[in-house]
Design a protein around this ligand. Structure first.
Ligand SMILES: Nc1ncnc2c1ncn2[C@@H]1O[C@H](COP(=O)(O)OP(=O)(O)O)[C@@H](O)[C@H]1O
Ligand SMILES: [Mg+2]
Length: 454
């Protein structure tokens, strides 16, 4: 009723309507909902906040998210609801949406937006009327912070509503579904299969990672499981681009010469020295150098570059790589004098800062997830299963599927290598670092030697 009055244009998803229906019952004061990302939790939270604030003059609404960026999402939902309801605005002309809440101009009657990062935000919120505390992404809120919120819930008929995607199998939200039934009046758990607008994306992700992947179980099936480790590449995903020639579908670039590039991951003790040659969007071939002295390897790579008319070369510069890189550049300058081909040699360091450092813990992670997207879009090709590439592809598949994605404390992603050194995968990443738009911005630099025009 309230919703139709103020927001006649909002058509709730079925699961959202079910929850609002339950909240209308006076006995359901403490509710928790777990549903996948993108299902509409934050928007529902904004609706609940406005509902409580409008029908409870003199109440405090405290809206908490674990970090400020999530608070801002909720504020934008509040703002868009507010501006879409002329009726609400005319009934409450004194209300103002501020950066950190809603002011009603009546003391004690307000909505406060806060992140849990500042502990003081969680305590001392006093309400004369029935308070409402909402927590978005509640699985990320530590128990200690949740306990601090209880102080605000002492007023008669105060409400608590928390929503989240599923999290690790611990903490207050997990217990809400596993035994703390005495505390909660109602809990809701929706999997992506129950939410029609997520069906297509769910299906794609499931075929990419497999049904048993912890990431799928947590993000989409709303199960509380550990996903501290999840794999990024499934064998099916890799198989989908074996022998693929993406540039052939590119009508504009058809027939245009493709840049020939080389990624080299020089061996450190015990590893193989791996080469990955790409032509345009396609990996032409992988090669493993014989384990000979690094200086001899440089000589072999120079011949390789010359024979295959390669233009751009990236070399993994961690450890000895920097010296190798300079040596190679030097040799190519010599070659340049003979064959008039210009070469670009670029050192690549996987542990350097990512272009988008907020999302990725390092360049390697950024490139790997870039590679994953290229594979999903079929915009990258791997060599056909022929000759010596058969065994290289097998090894690459093993290496890539052994990589795990971890989440750092700050919410950035970080890739962890499998136990044995993934040499072919690394050479592929080194080659990819030369491809524009894939974290190479700002990262690629020519060696001074080449820049000086030797
Ligand atoms: N009932 C609805 N009708 C139309 N759009 C909706 C509805 N519920 C949510 N949305 C929109 O869908 C998107 C995802 O919703 P959001 O609340 O951010 O999901 P979640 O918090 O579960 O990740 C947002 O753009 C939001 O405005
Ligand atoms: Mg949300």
């Amino acid at each position: 009723m309230w919703l139709e009055t103020f927001f006649p244009h909002v058509k709730l998803h079925e699961w959202q309507a079910e929850i609002l229906g339950a909240l209308a019952e006076p006995q359901n004061l403490r509710c928790a909902v777990v549903a996948p990302r993108g299902s509409g939790k934050t928007k529902l939270l904004a609706i609940i906040c406005l509902w409580h604030l409008t029908v409870n003059p003199d109440s405090l609404v405290l809206a908490i998210s674990p970090i400020w960026r999530q608070v801002e999402t909720l504020r934008e939902e509040l703002r868009s609801l507010w501006s879409a309801s002329p009726r609400l605005r005319s009934l409450f002309p004194a209300w103002e949406i501020l950066a950190d809440g809603i002011s009603t101009n009546v003391p004690g009657w307000r909505l406060v937006l806060a992140s849990a990062v500042v502990a003081a935000n969680l305590e001392g919120g006093h309400s004369t009327g029935a308070a409402l505390v909402v927590v978005d992404e509640a699985a990320q809120l530590p128990d200690g912070h949740f306990n601090s919120l209880q102080g605000t819930l002492t007023t008669h008929n105060s409400r608590l509503f928390v929503s989240s995607t599923a999290g690790a199998p611990s903490g207050f939200l997990h217990r809400a579904f596993r035994g703390d039934f005495w505390y909660w009046d109602k809990t809701f758990l929706f999997a992506a299969g129950q939410i029609p607008h997520l069906a297509e994306q769910f299906r794609r992700e499931k075929s990419r990672l497999g049904e048993d992947d912890p990431h799928i179980r947590r993000q989409w099936n709303s199960e509380f499981v550990d996903v501290s480790e999840s794999s990024i590449f499934s064998p099916e995903l890799i198989e989908g681009v074996v022998g693929l020639e993406p540039d052939e579908n590119d009508l504009h670039g058809r027939g245009a010469p493709r840049v020939r590039r080389l990624g080299w991951d020089p061996a450190r003790s015990g590893d193989s020295s791996a080469l990955c040659m790409t032509v345009g969007s396609r990996v032409e071939r992988f090669d493993i150098l014989p384990s000979v002295d690094l200086l001899i390897q440089v000589g072999l790579v120079v011949q390789y570059i010359h024979a295959r008319r390669i233009a751009d070369i990236a070399v993994d510069s961690i450890g000895l790589g920097n010296a190798v890189c300079s040596r190679l550049a030097e040799q190519l300058v010599g070659l340049h004098r003979i064959c008039a081909h210009e070469h670009r040699v670029v050192p690549f360091n996987a542990s350097h800062r990512a272009f988008d450092a907020e999302k990725y813990a390092n360049k390697k992670t950024e490139l790997l997830l870039g590679l994953m997207r290229l594979m999903q879009d079929r915009s990258v090709g791997l060599p056909a299963r022929e000759g010596d590439q058969v065994q290289h592809l097998e090894r690459l598949t093993r290496e890539l599927s052994g990589m795990k994605l971890l989440e750092t404390f700050r919410g950035a992603s970080r890739v962890e290598d499998p136990a044995t050194s993934p040499d072919l995968a690394d050479s592929l990443l080194v080659a990819l670092s030369l491809r524009e738009g894939l974290a190479s911005k700002g990262g690629a630099r020519m060696l001074p030697l080449i820049e000086a025009g030797f």
